[in-house]
Design a protein around this ligand. Structure first.
Ligand SMILES: [Zn+2]
Length: 428
């Protein structure tokens, strides 16, 4: 299959700005090149008109819990502890594979509609999430959340996570990869971390976890262990394997140095951190300190969307307020965190995140026809500060079109919505 996307404005790499008009050729799963308008040679099976549109690398949601779309609007305006202990955890005990499957599909519909092509997900019933991803056509790094506060939970939790990783790593023609996910330093003791690291080395998979999300958690950790959770994980040898750490709201300079030195990727989740009043992560200080800063929405229960375009905007403007400097997190940096650095965080850094010859063809076409894109002085700034997910018109993953003209190609949206409305009744 040879596809030509013609005369589109193109962001080939965020740091290079916008090419005002170019022809992009996709051959099979990869980009075959970016050419001047009218310069792409040969026959094409498909031609996509790109005039008045902006082509960008696909968005990477670096931290989410996909099936938590079930809990959108379910537990609002509560403290994190009440939210988890009184509402979310009791409801999660009623989860079934069927519920996780359908609400994963719901999340995938939303992701495609808002331009996400890859994501990192940690939850339960992950076989069902894998099945949904396989059908939807996205790319994902999937893992079972391991919660083992007491020794009797360690073995069953690790075994489940291991079995899943062994079975699903490389599935869906390589679109699915697996991670291991001790949930957080406060829900998993040192033995869990040591075993997970040994297993990650053996399976050659990364670790995806939550780290330094709330002040209380970090204060308690310092009281009990005499060091920050970041230092504690470093000393346990966790950073000897690739690590994707969500949140990192309460990290100091020393922590940032440690994260950068070990190439730890951080999934910055600004909406969730604001909504649960966890705080504002020092995102720009982390970028400046050399940390690979990706962006995630977290689950839809604490966001309440999976729209990476909104999340990128919030990350950009919030970083300025936190740094007390409007020059902090300029638009190309925010876009890089939402695309390239996300790909890197998921372990796909060499293959994804640019529209260039040889890269895997994951890309998103924005329709610039909406009134909020007028007059269009700076399309890259418009993309970061003005656009919303609903402006996405076409989504491609590995050369396969998942949505075109805002019509989904891989999923039956009506059926997914109907099933989810029905299944949600049991959780009222
Ligand atoms: Zn999370």
């Amino acid at each position: 299959m040879r596809i030509l996307i013609q005369r589109a404005a193109v962001v080939a790499r965020p740091e290079e700005g916008v090419i005002p008009a170019a022809d992009v050729v996709v051959e099979g799963k990869h980009f075959a090149g970016v050419f001047g308008p009218g310069e792409a040679q040969g026959e094409f099976d498909r031609v996509i008109e790109g005039e008045g549109k902006l082509l960008v690398p696909g968005f990477v949601n670096a931290h989410t819990h996909l099936a938590m779309t079930l809990f959108r609007g379910f537990a609002e305006d509560l403290t994190l502890r009440d939210w988890l202990e009184k509402k979310i955890w009791p409801a999660e005990r009623k989860l079934t594979g069927e519920v996780v499957y359908w609400f994963s599909l719901l999340g995938l519909v939303e992701m495609i509609r808002t331009g996400t092509t890859a994501f990192a997900d940690m939850y339960f019933f992950m076989e069902e999430v894998g099945r949904a991803v396989e059908e939807a056509g996205l790319r994902a790094l999937l893992s079972y959340g391991i919660i083992a506060p007491t020794p009797d939970r360690i073995d069953p939790e690790l075994k489940k996570a291991e079995a899943f990783a062994r079975e699903w790593n490389g599935a869906a023609d390589g679109r699915i990869r697996c991670a291991l996910s001790p949930h957080a330093p406060y829900t998993c003791g040192p033995e869990v971390w040591r075993e997970a690291v040994a297993l990650a080395k053996e399976l050659r998979v990364p670790i995806h976890t939550h780290l330094a999300e709330t002040k209380r958690e970090v204060d308690e950790h310092r009281e009990r262990h005499g060091k920050s959770p970041v230092q504690w994980l470093e000393e346990l040898g966790v950073f000897a394997v690739p690590v994707l750490a969500a949140h990192c709201v309460w990290v100091d300079e020393k922590d940032i140095d440690i994260l950068a030195a070990h190439n730890v990727s951080v999934a910055h989740c600004p909406s969730s951190n604001l909504k649960l009043a966890s705080g504002i992560a020092p995102a720009w200080a982390m970028v400046r300190g050399g940390v690979n800063l990706a962006i995630g929405t977290d689950g839809a229960a604490s966001n309440n969307t999976l729209d990476m375009v909104r999340e990128m905007r919030l990350a950009a403007i919030l970083a300025k307020a936190r740094a007390e400097d409007p020059r902090a997190m300029p638009a190309p940096e925010a876009l890089s965190s939402a695309t390239q650095r996300g790909a890197q965080a998921l372990g796909w850094g060499k293959d994804l995140g640019a529209i260039a010859e040889g890269y895997v063809a994951d890309c998103v076409l924005f329709d610039l026809g909406a009134v909020h894109f007028v007059p269009g002085h700076d399309p890259l700034a418009d993309l970061v500060y003005t656009a919303c997910g609903a402006d996405v018109e076409m989504v491609m993953v590995g050369g396969e079109i998942l949505m075109e003209g805002r019509e989904l190609r891989t999923l039956d949206e009506e059926e997914v919505v109907a099933r989810c409305r029905d299944l949600a009744r049991k959780f009222r």
